[in-house]
Structures are given as structure tokens and as C-alpha cells.
Design a protein around this ligand. Structure first.
Ligand code: HEM
Length: 178
């Protein structure tokens, strides 16, 4: 599997990096557009039921669009991480550090992996929360739905935007590491 990934990355380097970058653009850019363009516009709708319905529907579409890109991001990430040989440069077969700088870079790869995990878990929780809000809206419980959706807009999306921007910065750092 490792050899396959190394070969795949060697043969399709530009395409794999492209898929990784475009996935980040769609995921992080999608959240920024929702938070700073769509959301303020929805807030102009006076009827709470109508407003919450629009927000819930827009979130559903956003989550549909980003979900495949979340998978593309991790698949390309693993291929790049193996293909670029971060581990091989940092540690020997028994796991002893052979190069301090390479180890530092390898640790950045781990930080990105953790960021991806937190962002994905956060996205999963947002999807569940939105589904719950949608059910409450169907029952006419606008107060309950507002509570559920508010947390997504106020904290969960901003947390993922910040983590996404950090991941992009670390990506640029990794790209220019050698
Ligand atoms: C599983 C976790 C991840 C790993 C192991 C990983 C790994 C990498 C690596 C090795 C590079 C450098 C590619 C090269 O040198 O050609 C890179 C670049 C990049 N990564 Fe990630 N990544 C991960 C997650 C993410 C996430 C969550 C985002 C943003 C949402 C992201 C955004 C980027 C971007 C934009 C670049 C391109 C930087 C540039 O071209 O200068 N990555 N990533």
C-alpha cells in the first residue's frame, strides 16, 4: 500500500495537490461565504419561521456540497504525506529520530491530521444538529430550532473556519519545507 501511494504521488503529483487544494477551497470558502455573505442576508427576513427555514435549507445544501470534499481532502492528504516521505526522512525503521528538522516537519503533518479530525467531527455534529433543528421547525418549535441553529452559526462554523485557515497555513509551510 505504501509503495502504491508513493508511485501514485510520483505519477500524479500535480493532480493530487490540486485536488487537495480545491477541496480546502470548497470546504473553507463555503463556510466563509455562508457565515459572511449568506447569513447576514438571511437575518433580514423578519418572520422567524421563514428565516430559520432558509438558514436550515442553506446549511443542508452547504453540508451536501462539502462532504465529498472532506473525503477528497483526507485521501489526498494521506497520499501526499506518504508520497513525500515525511516519516522516512524523520525516523529510522525502529522509530528513532534521525533528523530534528525533518521530525519537526513530520509533526506538522500530524497537527494537520488532528485538525482534519476535529473539523470533520465538528461537521458531523453540525449535520446532526441541523437535522434536529429541521425536525423542530416541522413541529413549529421555532424557539428550539433557533437554539440548535444559533450554536452552528455562532461557534461551530467559526471554529471550523479558524481551523481550516490554520491547516491552509500549515499546508503552505509543508510545501515550502524543503
Ligand atoms: C489529514 C490532514 C492533512 C494532511 C496530512 C495534509 C498534508 C499536506 C501536505 C503534505 C501538503 C504539502 C503538499 C506539497 O508539498 O506538495 C499540504 C498542502 C496543503 N494543504 Fe493539507 N493536509 C491535511 C489537511 C488539510 C486541511 C484540513 C486543509 C484545509 C482545510 C488543508 C489545506 C492545504 C492547502 C491549501 C495546501 C496547499 C499549500 C500550498 O500549495 O502552498 N490541508 N497538505
Amino acid at each position: 500500500m505504501k509503495d502504491f501511494m508513493i508511485e501514485l504521488f510520483a505519477d500524479y503529483r500535480a493532480q493530487i495537490v490540486f485536488l487537495h487544494v480545491i477541496a480546502a477551497v470548497v470546504w473553507v470558502g463555503g463556510m466563509i461565504a455562508m457565515k459572511f455573505a449568506a447569513h447576514p442576508s438571511f437575518m433580514q427576513i423578519e418572520s422567524p419561521l421563514h428565516r430559520l427555514e432558509r438558514i436550515s435549507q442553506a446549511l443542508k445544501r452547504l453540508f451536501y456540497i462539502v462532504s465529498p470534499f472532506v473525503l477528497i481532502l483526507i485521501i489526498t492528504a494521506v497520499i501526499m504525506a506518504v508520497g513525500l516521505g515525511f516519516r522516512t526522512a524523520a525516523v529510522d525503521a525502529s522509530g528513532n529520530v534521525i533528523d530534528a528538522y525533518a521530525m519537526h516537519i513530520y509533526n506538522l503533518v500530524h497537527v494537520k491530521e488532528v485538525i482534519w479530525m476535529i473539523m470533520s467531527a465538528n461537521l458531523g455534529m453540525m449535520i446532526l444538529r441541523r437535522n434536529k433543528a429541521q425536525k423542530l421547525l416541522q413541529k413549529g418549535d421555532t424557539t428550539g430550532a433557533k437554539k440548535a441553529l444559533e450554536l452552528i452559526g455562532k461557534y461551530m462554523v467559526p471554529v471550523n473556519i479558524i481551523l481550516g485557515v490554520i491547516a491552509i497555513y500549515l499546508g503552505v509551510t509543508l510545501r515550502n519545507a524543503y
